[in-house]
Design a protein around this ligand. Structure first.
Ligand SMILES: *C/C=C(C)/C=C/C=C(C)/C=C/C1=C(C)CCCC1(C)C
Length: 245
């Protein structure tokens, strides 16, 4: 079985595991006393995000989440498949947080999450493809295309719906949306520069560290910004009931 290389690669995976675990515990502790059902919804979603990532990081740190893929013309590539299992669930949850904040309708949520799942699955296929570099890069291009459409939708339709919300809430939405736009855009760049594309311009340990930083910022960082503003999204709609804060 393949195992993470000791040093930066292994260290990044353990930092990811510990960081995601601490993030999960922090959000649980913060949400413990929340009684408002609408606030609870955000806590439930936002707690599962680092919890799923912590399990994925642990699986990668112990080597379970890593496989060797023989690729025509490129030799054997070490691929952390567990990332995609994590992202398949955590990226829709992140989008769900944003969509709830924006007061999005069902069709908007379905479109966003559909594009997102398509992006992750085609990225996974590209990471596992054995047919050679060209095929792998073609999958990357398909996945990146889906991401661009999804981010465009986030900037257009979803932002338009969010602009109908109260000033504070619309401002929080914009801050989180911009965080997503910037951080998520780095993922395909790291992928194409890293091991997965076969270019390996970035060595695997550096790539692993880069993904750990991005994942921690996009999950724990996102959650901290969202949940520290919980007064913004309490009791919207008909009720304006406040829970003890
Ligand atoms: C917490 C994890 C997050 C926010 C992960 C986001 C991941 C992406 C936006 C991944 C995108 C990819 C492409 C657009 C093309 C190549 C393959 C991926 C999956 C790295």
């Amino acid at each position: 079985m393949a195992t993470p290389t000791p040093g930066l690669e292994s260290l990044s995976l353990w930092i990811g595991t510990i960081g995601m675990t601490l993030g999960t515990l922090y959000f649980i502790a913060q949400g413990w006393s929340v009684r408002d059902p609408e606030q609870q919804e955000y806590y439930i979603i936002t707690i599962f995000i680092p919890a799923i990532a912590a399990a994925s990081y642990f699986s990668m740190a112990i080597g379970f989440g890593l496989i060797e893929v023989p690729v025509q013309g490129l030799g054997t590539l070490e691929i952390y498949w567990a990332r995609y299992a994590d992202w398949l669930f955590t990226t829709p949850l992140l989008l769900l947080d944003l969509a709830l904040l924006a007061g999005a309708d069902r069709n908007t949520i379905a479109t966003l999450i559909g594009l997102d799942v398509f992006m992750i699955v085609t990225g996974l296929v590209g990471a596992l493809a054995r047919e050679g570099q060209t095929v792998r890069i073609a999958w990357w291009a398909i996945s990146t295309g889906a991401m661009i459409v999804m981010l465009y939708y986030l900037l257009g339709t979803l932002s338009e719906q969010a602009s109908k919300m109260s000033g504070d809430r619309a401002a929080l939405f914009s801050r989180l949306r911009n965080l997503v736009l910037v951080l998520w855009s780095f993922y395909p760049i790291v992928w194409i520069l890293g091991t997965e594309s076969g270019f390996a311009i970035i060595p695997l340990p550096v790539e692993t560290a880069a993904f750990a930083v991005l994942d921690l910022a996009a999950k724990v960082g996102f959650g901290i910004v969202l949940l520290r503003s919980r007064s913004v999204f309490s009791g919207t709609g008909a009720s304006t009931a406040q829970s003890a804060d």
